[in-house]
Design a protein around this ligand. Structure first.
Ligand code: ADP
Ligand code: MG
Length: 291
């Protein structure tokens, strides 16, 4: 692709999930949700947060879940992480029920690090929890910090570094366990716009060569269009699948600017924004049916 093209076409050889023809055996890390619902409380105050949702995600996909605030995105992510079982339906990861801390690494909106430890110390601890042998930890730590651009920050305390850097540590920590899934719940929502864009670019390029499944939750159509190989728009509560799209934008061989300047990105972003808006309006007009 020419980098001087003012509006490069980025349609490439890497279509999204819709055309994935890999055999079942290579998709063993897949996420499978069937008839999944989650209900909180009981009686008149019961709330159905999510569902029913049917969704299959295969190895290497970067799935972005988009929807308005309160539509059940975090709930769905917690179910995939195995933090809580669904009230109905089944969640399977690689054919088995997900085990928290084993099946997936999770990055939250707030980094949730140990502030009195150093950057490297936080990663060391994650490697220890992941049962990486002590002798292998220094090399693994250096590799993870390099991956998120924090090599020079290893000896700083968490409270000494910026919010964007803290979120990078949280991503490195989530990658430490070499789980098959990386789950990210609005990880950049609290950051300023410029830092957010840089981190989006890093997550996009890091994810391209890892081969894991990434599930990224956001309420931003821009973020979804930029990051996702597949984008699922949720209706307002209870969250169900309103739209399931494969991105035409390739994962590799394109720069962030080429993606953001491309007509495909613009079309996708508009399509997602419209779907999110329509889903929210539909939810509002459904009135009592929302619980
Ligand atoms: P989102 O992440 O899309 O903003 P959430 O998944 O956090 O949405 O929440 C979806 C709905 O479920 C909200 O109405 C929320 O109040 C409700 N909810 C989420 N978790 C709980 C809980 N533990 N107990 C009761 N209600 C909950
Ligand atoms: Mg949330």
């Amino acid at each position: 692709m020419s980098s001087n093209s003012p509006s490069p076409a980025v349609t490439g050889p890497t279509p999204g999930a819709a055309s994935d023809t890999r055999p079942e055996t290579t998709a063993r890390k897949a996420i499978s949700l069937s008839g999944v619902s989650q209900r909180y409380g009981s009686g008149a105050s019961a709330v159905t947060a999510v569902g029913p949702v049917d969704l299959d995600v295969t190895e290497g996909e970067f799935l972005v879940l988009v929807g308005a605030s309160g539509c059940g995105k975090s709930t769905l992510l917690r179910l995939i992480a195995g933090f809580e079982p669904p009230t109905a339906g089944e969640v399977l990861v690689g054919g088995a029920a997900p085990v928290p801390g084993v099946t997936s690494g999770v990055v939250f909106q707030q980094p949730r690090l140990f502030p009195w430890r150093t950057v490297g110390g936080n990663i060391d601890l994650a490697l220890k929890y992941a049962r990486v042998p002590r002798s292998e930890r220094p090399a693994r730590r250096d590799e993870l910090l390099a991956r998120v651009g924090l090599t020079d920050t290893a000896d700083r305390r968490i409270w000494e570094i910026s919010g964007g850097q803290q979120q990078r540590v949280a991503i490195a920590r989530a990658l430490a366990a070499e789980t098959s899934l990386l789950l990210l719940d609005e990880p950049f929502a609290a950051l300023d716009a410029l830092t957010r864009e840089t981190l989006q670019e890093d997550v996009r390029s890091v994810s391209a060569d890892l081969g894991r499944i990434n599930v990224f939750v956001t309420h931003s159509a821009e973020e979804a269009a930029f990051l996702g190989s597949r984008i699922v728009v949720l209706t307002s509560r209870p969250g169900t699948v309103a739209l399931d799209l494969a991105s035409p934008i390739p994962r590799m061989g394109v720069t962030a600017d080429e993606v953001r300047d491309s007509p495909e990105y613009t079309v996708l972003r508009t399509q997602i924004a419209t779907a999110v808006k329509e889903a929210a309006v539909a939810g509002t007009s459904a009135g009592g049916a929302r619980s």
